[in-house]
Design a protein around this ligand. Structure first.
Ligand code: ADP
Ligand code: ASP
Ligand code: MG
Length: 401
């Protein structure tokens, strides 16, 4: 069997954790399997490197940021290989350059284009455990890129796909995917199996247990995932196309604080305004999420929407610059908001989920600022200070003990 095993930052935070991971990988290796290990940077290394970058330059070049961040994964993989060596097992660490893992050119948010398998295959044939840097790639300029925060999951799934791995295991600091973040909702339940579609919604809406693009890629290439703990042998969560269980009304609740609301007031109530606004943002690669347009009155209307918090300032700057073209009287930004979402394939055929969610928020005294829905999710925008209380209230409404 060829097994891809990915370990996140807290699973390789220090020497003890690295040795623990090394031993788990060696167990599989000694059963005769080919083992490819994908690692994140140790502990909070990536956060620390980002702070360091900001300290040197408040607005650092994205290329140099990626150059810096990529060192985090290079450290953890090299140390892992040393640990395995000390345990008497042959291994080799490889970075994106050595493999090569080709990505698009966008620094900080690159996407895989092509991954060469020759070097990995060669090392596996020599019976080495192959330890790969997560989160990074190489673009057409031969520069290092990174895949966006949490991107090591995507490295693991991409490798599992190109190597046709028999198993892709994501090890983390919780026992699997839960009905809500177990650190915020203590009575959250572990989900034994979840579909790609539900997991993709949860991940996109803020459940950072898996990088959303890793789920997208798993679905595309049919890579079945298992999410489990690096610290014990508890059964984790299987992520796959269809689950054997009857679909739950609500499979999970997610929150996302990485959001900001932009409001554009007093634009003309004529065709083309929404197009002009969102086209300006699309050209700058700014993703827009929840959108709300007021009913026109006296020939004008208001349009508000959410963007990622990191994009908020740039969004306001672009809109201010084109204020007259988009006929706006005033532009406001609020970055003390957050999203709460419920996800469940079962809600497609069950009316009333939205009203039950709103009831839970009402009972908790939480005001809703915006609402968005799709077939399998409902998202509300609320004040950031209420977000954890909201998550617990909504979770208790749908997922009983
Ligand atoms: P890693 O470093 O292993 O990649 P992450 O911190 O990226 O780990 O993701 C694991 C964390 O995701 C957990 O510690 C948990 O707090 C959080 N999380 C958020 N939503 C969920 C959920 N629905 N199920 C499990 N964990 C969740
Ligand atoms: N080290 C990177 C991060 O902290 C990638 C990852 O952990 O998946 O975002
Ligand atoms: Mg992660």
């Amino acid at each position: 069997m060829l097994i891809v095993k990915k370990f996140g930052g807290s699973s390789v935070a220090d020497k003890e954790h690295i040795y623990n991971v090394a031993k788990r990988c060696i167990e599989d290796y000694q059963k005769g399997n080919d083992v490819v290990v994908v690692l994140s940077a140790m502990g909070k290394t990536t956060d620390r490197l980002l702070e360091m970058a900001k300290d040197f330059n408040p607005n650092p070049s994205k290329r140099e940021v990626d150059m810096l961040l990529a060192t985090g994964e290079q450290t953890s993989t090299a140390l892992m290989s040393m640990a395995m060596g000390a345990l008497g097992v042959p291994s080799v660490s490889l970075n994106a350059f050595q493999i090569t893992m080709h990505t698009s050119s966008r620094y900080g948010n690159a996407r895989f284009k092509k991954i060469d398998t020759q070097r990995i295959r060669h090392e596996l044939e020599n019976r080495k455990i192959v330890i790969v840097t997560g989160f990074q790639g190489i673009n057409k300029y031969d520069d290092l890129t990174t895949l966006g925060r949490g991107g090591s999951d995507t490295t693991a799934v991409a490798l599992a796909a190109v190597l046709h791995a028999d198993s892709c295991e994501i090890y983390t600091d919780v026992e699997g995917v839960y009905t809500a973040d177990p650190r915020i909702v203590p009575n959250a339940k572990k989900i034994p199996e979840i579909t790609y579609d539900e997991m993709l919604e949860l991940a996109t809406l803020g459940a950072k247990v898996l990088h959303n693009r890793s789920v997208e890629m798993a679905k595309k290439y049919g890579v079945q995932l298992v999410v489990r703990s690096s610290l014990n042998n508890a059964e984790g969560t299987i992520v796959k196309e269809e689950t054997d269980m009857e679909s739950m009304l609500v499979s999970g609740v997610a929150i996302d604080k990485n959001t900001a609301r932009i409001a554009v007031f007093g634009v003309k109530d004529t065709p083309g305004i929404a197009f002009k606004i969102f086209d300006l943002l699309a050209r700058k690669n700014i993703n827009v999420d929840v959108i709300l347009q007021s009913i026109g009155r006296e020939g004008t209307k208001d349009i508000s929407f959410t963007v990622a918090r990191d994009d908020a300032e740039e969004t306001v700057a672009i809109l201010e610059e084109h204020k007259s073209r988009i006929t706006a009287k005033r532009i406001e930004m609020n970055d003390t908001v957050a999203k709460v979402s419920v996800v469940g394939a079962g809600m497609q055929s069950n009316p009333g989920v939205a009203s039950r969610m709103f009831e839970a928020l009402y009972n908790a005294g939480i005001n809703i600022r915006m609402i968005a829905t799709s077939e399998i999710r409902i998202t509300v925008l609320i004040n950031e200070e209420d977000v954890e209380k909201a998550m617990r209230a909504v979770h208790d409404q749908f997922i009983e003990d």
